[in-house]
Ligand binder design. Structure first.
Ligand SMILES: Cc1ncc(COP(=O)(O)O)c(C=O)c1O
Length: 492
C-alpha cells in the first residue's frame, strides 16, 4: 500500500525536482489512504465499538483480570487495519486494564472518570488545540481562567487570586516550591540556609521538588507524627523556631490536607502561624483534600489564607488523567514563571495559555474540566463527593466492628487505613502478613487494596473515592480480607 501511494511519490518528486513540482502535484486528488488516516468519520464507528467494549467489561466480577502472559507485542514494520488494531488492544490492554469503575478497585486515588470527561478527551484529541499560544488555541486561556476561578472560589480566594492547571499534584507541588524559593532568593536569603517544614507524612513529590529546586536532599525538615499519622499540637512551631535558632531559614511550610498514607488533614492554623512568624510561604498540598472545600465548607473556611493550594481534579473531580491545579492567593506570584519566547508568546499577554506556565506544548485539559464543571455544577460535585465520604465512614465503622481488624485513625477524607490484629506474631511477621494479603488479593484480582506504613508498621489501605461503591461492596471487601488473612496466616 505504502510503496504505491501517490502521497509518497509526490513527496519524492518535490525533494528531487524542486518546489516547482509542488504546484503541479498539489492538483492531484489526495490519496484515499492518506485522507483516511486523518479522517474522524473513519473512527466514528470504531470509537462506539471501543466504548461499548470498555463498558461491557464493567459488570466483571472482579476489578482486575491478571494477564496469564503478556500477549501484547508491537510489530511496527507493517501497518495493520484499524479494526485489527482495535481488536488486538481490546483483547489485551482493555481486558487486563484495572477497572477503575469497579467498586472493589480501592487501591489508590484513581476514581472512575465521568462519562463527560471521556467525551471531552475525545474532543480534545480531535481538535488538538495546543494550550500554549493564542494563535494555536484562541479560547484556551479563557477556559483555563474560568476553571481556575471556579477552583479558587471553592478555596475561598478573593480578587487577585489565580493559578494554573497542571498535569497533577507532583507538578503543582514542584511549582509551589519553585515560586516560594524564588521569592526567598529575591528577598536576599541564602540558598543553602533554606529549609522546608512539613510533617513526616509529606508526599514524595515534595522530595522531588526540593531536589529539582537545588535545595538538596536534607532541605525538608520533617515534624514527626504519632502512630495514627497525626501531628502533635505545637510541634510545627517548635521545630521551625529550632531551625531559626540555628540560622536556618524555614522559607516554606507545607500543610497536607489528605496525606497520601492515611488521608489525614493537618492543622492549617499552626502552619499558617509559623509561616507568618518566619516570613515564609504557606502551601497546602490538598491534592486529595481539595474535595473538602465542597463537602465541608465550614472546616475549610480558613484555606484562603494559604499562599498556594495544590488540588487534583483527576483525583476528586472525577476528571480523567491528567489534570491537577496550583491555585495562588496572589496570581502575580506566577510572574516568576514568565519568560519570553520571541517566536511565540506575546509579552504581557493574558491571552496566551502558556504564559507563566512551565510546560510549552500543553493538552487542553481546561476544556475537559470546564465541561465537567458545567455538567455537574458545584451542587452535583458536592452530592457525589458527600456520597464517597459517607461510604468511607461506613467502611471505617465496619472495620471498628470486625474482629481481627483495627482502624488506624478515623478518616478525614476518603482513605481508610487498617491493621490485621495477630497477637501471637512478631511485628516483622505481622508486616509481612499485610503485604502478602494485599498481594494475594491483587494477583487473584478479587480486591484491589494497597499497603503503606503508618506509625512504624505496615497497614492495609483503601481509597473510597468511587461513588458507585455500595454498602454490600464494603462487606464483600472485608470478607475477602478476612478470608485471605486466614489463608496467609496459616502459611507464615
Ligand atoms: C497528598 C498528595 N500530594 C501529591 C500527590 C501527587 O499527585 P500526582 O500523582 O497527581 O502527581 C499525591 C498523589 O497521590 C498526593 O496524595
Amino acid at each position: 500500500m505504502c510503496a504505491e501511494n501517490t502521497a509518497a511519490r509526490r513527496i519524492m518528486s518535490v525533494t528531487q525536482e524542486g518546489a516547482g513540482v509542488l504546484t503541479a502535484a498539489a492538483e492531484e486528488p489526495l490519496d484515499p489512504w492518506l485522507l483516511g488516516l486523518f479522517s474522524l468519520s473513519g473512527v466514528q464507528a470504531a470509537s462506539r465499538t471501543l466504548l461499548e467494549f470498555v463498558e461491557a467489561e464493567v459488570p466483571r466480577r472482579s476489578p482486575f483480570t491478571p494477564p496469564k502472559a503478556v500477549s501484547l507485542e508491537l510489530s511496527g514494520d507493517e501497518g495493520a487495519k484499524l479494526d485489527d488494531v482495535l481488536a488486538e488492544v481490546c483483547d489485551t490492554f482493555v481486558r487486563h486494564a484495572v477497572d477503575t469503575r469497579h467498586p472493589l478497585s480501592m487501591a489508590h486515588m484513581v476514581p472512575p472518570p465521568l462519562g463527560i470527561s471521556v467525551l471531552a478527551d475525545l474532543l480534545i484529541g480531535a481538535t488538538n488545540q495546543c494550550a500554549f499560544i493564542y494563535e494555536e488555541a484562541p479560547l484556551a486561556a479563557t477556559l483555563e481562567r474560568q476553571v481556575v476561578d471556579w477552583l479558587c472560589a471553592r478555596v475561598g480566594y478573593g480578587a487577585g487570586a489565580g493559578g494554573m492547571l497542571t498535569s497533577g499534584g507532583t507538578m503543582s507541588n514542584l511549582l509551589a516550591v519553585h515560586l516560594a524559593r524564588e521569592r526567598a532568593l529575591q528577598e536576599g536569603r541564602d540558598l543553602t540556609a533554606l529549609r522546608i517544614v512539613a510533617s513526616d507524612q509529606v508526599h514524595v513529590s515534595l522530595d522531588k521538588a526540593a531536589s529539582l529546586a537545588g535545595l538538596g536532599h536534607d532541605a525538608i525538615v520533617r515534624v514527626p507524627t504519632d502512630v495514627t499519622g497525626r501531628l502533635r499540637d505545637g510541634a510545627v512551631c517548635r521545630l521551625a523556631d529550632e531551625l531559626a535558632s540555628k540560622d536556618l531559614h524555614p522559607f516554606l511550610f507545607i500543610c497536607t490536607a489528605g496525606t497520601a498514607n492515611a488521608g489525614v488533614v493537618e492543622p492549617l492554623p499552626e502552619f499558617l502561624a509559623s509561616a507568618r512568624s518566619h516570613g515564609a510561604w504557606c502551601h497546602m498540598d490538598a491534592a486529595l483534600g481539595g474535595m473538602l472545600t465542597l463537602t465541608d465548607p465550614v472546616a475549610t473556611s480558613d484555606w484562603y489564607q494559604a499562599d498556594s493550594v495544590s488540588w487534583d481534579p483527576h483525583k476528586t473531580l472525577y476528571a480523567s488523567y491528567a489534570v491537577g491545579s496550583l491555585l495562588l492567593r496572589n496570581d502575580h506570584e506566577s510572574d516568576r514563571l514568565r519568560f519570553h519566547a520571541e517566536y511565540a508568546l506575546k509579552r504581557d499577554s493574558d491571552q496566551d495559555a502558556g504564559d507563566r506556565r512551565l510546560e510549552g506544548s500543553r493538552r487542553l485539559e481546561a476544556l475537559k474540566l470546564w465541561m465537567c464543571i458545567r455538567h455537574l455544577g458545584t451542587a452535583g460535585y458536592t452530592q457525589i463527593l458527600r456520597r464517597a465520604r459517607e461510604r468511607t465512614t461506613s467502611f471505617a465503622e465496619r472495620i471498628h466492628k470486625a474482629p481481627g481488624l483495627e482502624l488506624v485513625t478515623e478518616p478525614d477524607t476518603t482513605v481508610v487505613c487498617f491493621r490485621l490484629v495477630q497477637p501471637g506474631l512478631s511485628q516483622r511477621d505481622v508486616d509481612l502478613l499485610h503485604e502478602r494479603v494485599q498481594q494475594a488479593l491483587f494477583h487473584s484480582g478479587r480486591l484491589l487494596l494497597s499497603t503503606t506504613r503508618v506509625g512504624g508498621s505496615t497497614v492495609l489501605r483503601a481509597v473510597l473515592l468511587n461513588p458507585l461503591v455500595g454498602l454490600e461492596d464494603l462487606d464483600e471487601a472485608l470478607q475477602h480480607v478476612t478470608q485471605e488473612t486466614a489463608r496467609q496466616a496459616a502459611l507464615l
